[in-house]
Ligand binder design. Sequence first.
Ligand code: TYD
Ligand code: MG
Length: 456
Amino acid sequence: MAKEKQVFFCKECGFETSKWTGQCPGCREWNTMVESPKIKGKGKKSYSGVITPETGKPSKITEVSIDTEDRFSTGIGELDRVLGGGVIKGALTLVGGDPGIGKSTLLLQMCRNMSENGLNILYVSGEESLKQIKMRADRIGKFNDRLFLLSETCLDVVEDTITGSDMPDFDVVVIDSIQTVYKEEVDSAPGSISQVRECTSAILRLAKQTGISVFIVGHVTKEGVVAGPRMLEHMVDTVLYFEGDNIASYRMLRAVKNRFGSTNELGVFEMKNTGLAEVLNPSEYMLQGKPENEAGSIVTCTLEGTRPIMLEVQALVCQTGFNYPRRTAVGIDFNRVTLLMAIIEKRMGIHMSDYDVYVNIAGGLKVNEPSLDLAIVAAVLSSYRAKALDDRTFIFGEAGLVGEVRAVGMAQRRINEAAKMGYTSCIIPKANEEMLEDKPIKCYGIKNIRELAELI
Ligand code: TYD
Ligand code: MG
């Protein structure tokens, strides 16, 4: 019999080696290498990545059939959209986000809707008592008998519960959160890298063997990554991030990894007294409270996946009191703003170095799409000249370093969305204008940002 291979890994960064070292070759930390815990019992190998291990023989791709019934709805449209059209049987989904953002609420609402659809659900919480969960549930609505709650941190108990004969066959299991559960055979604290790793791999095995779809909640560290190394993200099928600032009530749900769909769909929610409500028209939501006829406020249209969202870009330009002008960017890349300031200075001949510039995406959405360039330039120009743009006009387009205006993708979609929102004209790249099939509103195509200066 072959000798069992020893594996060591770093508690900090997850780096793996076959030899023990005092210093981790990956992150250079000392005394962090530990031996990977052996899993008791025969055949309980770590999960290798195959959904249903079949015969071991290769199959012709044309003969592989896909069951469309393998996908089912979460009962929350926005969540289905982000998942790529619903949950896949046996899929492992990680939901990450800052504390208090609403992960538990979202998943409890999902459990409620799914149990209404006739599925059997187990909601495991390692963070809250049954009473606390019930209190939250009472705010959300009425629940039925198909949803079971378990307040438990030992994953072995959870596994026994799921496979236990006195329980129904669960279709969906939620584990809130991966950092609070532990496996007995691993002798480090819950939340440590080795625990997170072993627990995730045990959950993954369970999901793939039983076909239960599992959702796990993962806390996010200060740096904005799910606590525990990237390895957690590699192991699961889908990674969703729930974000938004704590002051505003809306929340965005994004997929950063999705084995079963695209990763650029966005789900928008609003936190209410009765839980999370779906925001079906994000454009309307984002433009709420937009000032009318104010200098420095420009409407643009960005794309989140395939979804156009209208936004307001605000700029404030004022004379600087220092030698060194200030630049502030909220909701967009700071370097992009600095670059656009240089373009304005050089290509439009405006001395931006005498002015402080503040740029903000109203509503708190974070965007990094170059199509916002023209709107930012227009907002800065509008604030600089103290002149407002017509209220029913919106702008999009990318600005190049020599001042040229470059085409952006899916212009038609953006224009249709704006038309739906009641906009009557737009300033867009010339190249986009020429390719439009349908012009529901008046379009001004421009080739150079100097033309923008004339239009405002
Ligand atoms: P929660 O789901 O506990 O966040 P997470 O699991 O991500 O840590 O959400 C907690 C916040 O949501 C809390 O500050 C209260 C608020 N909330 C509401 O505003 N309305 C509600 O109906 C619920 C259930 C929570
Ligand atoms: Mg929670």
